[in-house]
Design a protein around this ligand. Structure first.
Ligand code: GAR
Length: 224
C-alpha cells in the first residue's frame, strides 16, 4: 500500500480446490490494492491447485484432511486451532466446501466471509448454475456474505448480477459468474480490511456506516 498509515490485516484463506478466488486475492496484494497479508492457506483436500497457487506466492500452507477425523466437530476444532495459530483478523472461505459446525461459525462471527455462486437467498447449496438455468432465471450471479450458523444464510456484503443468455449451459454461465467473483471478493475483503464493512451485533452488514439491503451492495456486470 502506498499509504503507510493503513494497517495490514492478517487473513487466513480456506480452500478445497482450484483456488481461483484465492488467486484474485494474491493478485490484489501483489498489485498493492489490498491492505492484507495472507498469513496462510488451509485446504481440507490434499494436492489441490489452490495449494500450488499459495506455495508459488510464498504463502504458508496447511492441509487438514477431513477424512482423517472421526467427526465434523473434531475436524472443526482442529481447524480452529490451526487457523488461530496465525491470529487472523479475517477468515476467507474461498471455495471451501464444508458444512461448518455452530461452534466454528460462532467463533469467527463477524470476521469470516464466504463467496457463494448465486444471488442469495436464491439457490443455496450446490449446482447453483444448473439450478438457475432450470428455473428459467434471466439473471444470476454471486454473493459475498458474512458467515453465520445458517448455511449460505449470513448477511450479504456484495452481489454481482450477470445476465443469463439464450445459449447458456451451466459451464458458460459459471465462467461468466466466476469473472465477477474475482472482482467482488477482493473488493469485499478490501472494504473489511479498511474497516468500511462490518457485521453488527444484530446481524446486519454495514458499509461505510450504511446498513446494506438484504442483497448487499449490488453491482451489474458490464460485460455479458
Ligand atoms: C467458486 O465458484 C465459489 O463461488 C464456489 O466454489 C468455487 C471455488 O472456486 N463456492 C461455493 O460453491 C460455496 N458454497 P475457486 O476454488 O476457483 O475459487
Amino acid at each position: 500500500m502506498s499509504d503507510s498509515n493503513v494497517k495490514t490485516l492478517k487473513v487466513v484463506v480456506l480452500i478445497s480446490g482450484s483456488g481461483s478466488n484465492l488467486q484474485a486475492l494474491i493478485d490484489g496484494v501483489a498489485a498493492g490494492e489490498l491492505p492484507i497479508e495472507i498469513a496462510a492457506v488451509i485446504s481440507n483436500r490434499p494436492d489441490v491447485m489452490g495449494l500450488t497457487r499459495a506455495a508459488t506466492a510464498g504463502i504458508p500452507t496447511a492441509v487438514l484432511d477431513h477424512k482423517s477425523f472421526a467427526s465434523r466437530e473434531a475436524f472443526d476444532q482442529e481447524l480452529m486451532r490451526t487457523i488461530d495459530a496465525y491470529t487472523p483478523g479475517l477468515v476467507v472461505l474461498a471455495g471451501f466446501m464444508r458444512i461448518l459446525t455452530p461452534e466454528f461459525t460462532q467463533h469467527y462471527l463477524g470476521r469470516m466471509l464466504n463467496i457463494h455462486p448465486s444471488l442469495l437467498p436464491k439457490f443455496q447449496g450446490l449446482h447453483t448454475h444448473q439450478r438457475a438455468l432450470d428455473a428459467g432465471e434471466q439473471e444470476h450471479g454471486v454473493t459475498v456474505h458474512f458467515v453465520t450458523a445458517e448455511l449460505d444464510g449470513g448477511p450479504a456484503a456484495i452481489q454481482a448480477v450477470v445476465p443469463v443468455l439464450a445459449n447458456d449451459d451451466a459451464n458458460l454461465l459459471a465462467k461468466r459468474v466466476q469473472r465477477q467473483e474475482h472482482v467482488i471478493y477482493p473488493l469485499a475483503v478490501k472494504w473489511f480490511a479498511l474497516g468500511d464493512l462490518v457485521m453488527t451485533d444484530e446481524g446486519k452488514a454495514v458499509l461505510k456506516g450504511e446498513t446494506l439491503p438484504a442483497c448487499g451492495y449490488q453491482i451489474k456486470a458490464n460485460e455479458p
